[in-house]
Design a protein around this ligand. Structure first.
Ligand SMILES: [Fe+2]
Length: 572
């Protein structure tokens, strides 16, 4: 239903639900007359990883759009773990901060779905939303998991409507995909739902069948799923211990943090991954049949599972889409879209870089540290970057507006030679990541099939691609143990022109149109937004050079060496 697509719409998420639960992954987005202007995660402005709330991000967005709080005509929020429309102290604070605005709530899962579909290339699609839980569907209070609630929702979306057609795991006490991943991740010794990607990566070392359990989900005669883990979100490890009459915990001991990994831990991770992939493919297949649709959008935090996304994308006849920020950071965008009933400029939401463009205009001069800069570059920075990569240098890169979501797409990235496994190991240590975690890469879209058997385009790095023999032999720095790599396919969009220039230069000089591409941040920190966020990475030696537009910052000890190594590359 179209409510108010006109004027200045501000989408955001509160820091606390009405029941008092602290919420994470806050963000703000500003839409003017149906066109998205700017959006940013709260963490990028506060510097605190996964920070919830809206105060600094909304200030950032309004400032970047040349607007003030009083210009906002509509504020639209979403929460989770409480009912849509519940109010708490923070809602009053939001109302007071934007005194001229009308105030709206949208459902958490509708927001995920609206964002997932609006950024897709489809005019009709099945939209699957899965996370650890959205809004409750009845009064839940501070024990929301005992209420009926959103866990997996299915929508049919067209260009002017979105209809809820089914739900999964909505009954009180049900354990869905997101909660299951969370419990298994804690059981494997990572006490944060942020670490579910590690469970996915560990699954590559395991064999799901070795535990003698066919799945962590069961389906009834109609295909409806139920989770087999016990429900107690306050004790994720206990959820696994209490499951299946203790059968699972007898086969696999809980892993204390920092303890050695046993083969059984990898097998449990593989069981979780296989259970999800299999259930997802079955349910999507049935719903596509029922609603005569072949286009599928995935949204919600579980859609960050790029292995499962790829398994679904490999199903014959399906076309799939995963947006840049399927997790709760994307709620600010989804809120605006849901409020506007798709009467929006979809292209403005499909941009790769949604931040303001002033973040890298200020180039601080560095005094009293080991860093020299900013040094103006006397040759195109993409060419210099290529030369430095070929010399084994680790490059930090900042330019233009920032990416929205967890993936670095080139404007706030660290680039490394993708053939060098040793540098990848150094990066894992510097970013405080386990050594088995793989790195992603960026590749010229038209060269994907030279190195991989999977050919799905992946502008937001939401799929993994299986390497062919050439890729296996040459891309050691970006390959996981299972022979896959999460690739960003770089097309001819003007937004990624700089990255294309770098990749084309690499291809001409090395025959490999690929770079290792990982986010520009250190361990436990959000991706750098401004130069001051990135300079500590240089001082700490995580990166050797920081390129900011057409300027560079260098380590004092390495500046002379780079000039020596690259006498004709234009270092000023
Ligand atoms: Fe969510």
């Amino acid at each position: 239903m179209k409510l108010t697509p006109s004027g200045v719409v501000l989408g955001l998420s509160p820091k606390r639900a009405a029941n008092g639960k602290l919420l994470m992954d806050g963000s703000s987005a500003v839409q003017v007359e149906g066109k998205l202007q700017v959006a940013i995660a709260e963490e990028r402005v506060t510097g605190l990883k996964r920070e919830g709330g809206w105060r600094l991000s909304s200030e950032y967005c309004l400032s970047a759009a040349g607007l003030s709080n009083r210009d906002v005509s509509s504020v639209v929020i979403s929460t989770c773990t409480d009912e849509v429309g519940d109010t708490g102290p923070e809602i009053q604070a939001i109302r007071e901060a934007f005194p001229s605005a009308s105030f709206h709530h949208v459902s958490h899962h509708l927001s995920h779905a609206a964002y997932g579909f609006a950024t897709s290339p489809f005019d009709r699609a099945l939209v699957v939303v899965s996370d650890a839980g959205g809004n409750t569907l009845e009064r839940g209070g501070d024990r929301w998991w005992e209420a009926s609630r959103e866990q997996t929702s299915y929508y049919i979306a067209t260009e002017d409507s979105i209809q809820l057609v089914d739900r999964e795991f909505e009954r009180p006490g049900a354990v869905g995909f997101g909660e299951s991943f969370r419990a298994i991740t804690y059981y494997l010794g990572w006490f944060s739902d942020l670490k579910a990607n590690k469970t996915m990566a560990l699954s590559g070392f395991g064999d799901a069948h070795r535990l003698g359990i066919s799945s962590l989900f069961a389906s009834d005669a109609s295909g409806k799923l139920s989770g087999l883990l016990a429900c107690d979100p306050l004790s994720p490890v206990g959820m696994v211990r209490k499951s299946m009459s203790g059968a699972l915990s007898r086969k696999v001991p809980a892993r204390p943090p920092d303890a050695e990994f046993l083969q059984e831990h990898s097998d449990l991770a593989a069981l979780m991954q296989m259970s999800y992939e299999s259930a997802l493919i079955d349910r999507v297949g049935a719903l596509c049949e029922k609603y005569s649709v072949r286009n599928v959008c995935l949204s919600g935090g579980v859609a960050y599972n790029c292995q499962a996304n790829s398994a679904l994308a490999r199903v014959d006849g399906l076309r799939t889409w995963v947006p840049a920020a399927p997790g709760d950071t994307g709620q600010s965008l989804g809120n605006c879209i849901a409020l506007s009933g798709f009467d929006i400029d979809r292209d403005s939401y499909g941009r790769r870089f949604l931040g303001g463009d002033s973040s890298v205009r200020r180039l601080p001069f560095v005094h009293g540290s080991r860093v020299i800069g900013p040094v103006p570059l006397s040759a195109p920075s993409a060419v210099i970057a290529s030369h430095l990569l070929q010399s084994g240098v680790v490059i930090g890169n900042m330019r233009g507006p920032s990416e929205f979501g967890a993936r670095a797409l080139g404007n706030r990235s660290i680039f490394v030679d993708p053939t060098d496994r040793a540098v990848a190991t150094r990066l894992n240590a510097g970013k405080e990541r386990e050594s088995f975690l793989p790195f992603a890469g960026a590749i010229l879209e038209e060269r994907l099939s030279n190195f991989f058997t999977d050919t799905m385009n992946s502008p937001y790095m939401q799929y993994v691609h299986k390497a062919n023999s050439e890729g296996s032999a040459r891309l050691k720095g970006v390959l996981h143990v299972d022979g896959t790599s999460r690739m960003q396919t770089v097309d001819s969009s003007p937004e990624t022109a700089w990255l294309r220039e770098l990749l084309e230069h690499q291809y001409r000089h090395t025959g490999i149109p690929v770079v290792l591409n990982t986010s520009l941040n250190g361990g436990g920190k959000p991706i750098a937004e401004v130069v001051a966020d990135a300079l500590p990475l240089l001082e700490a030696g995580l990166i050797d050079v920081l390129l900011v537009g057409e300027h560079g910052y260098f380590l004092e000890v390495s500046y002379a060496r780079y000039r020596e190594l690259n006498p004709d590359c234009g270092l000023g």
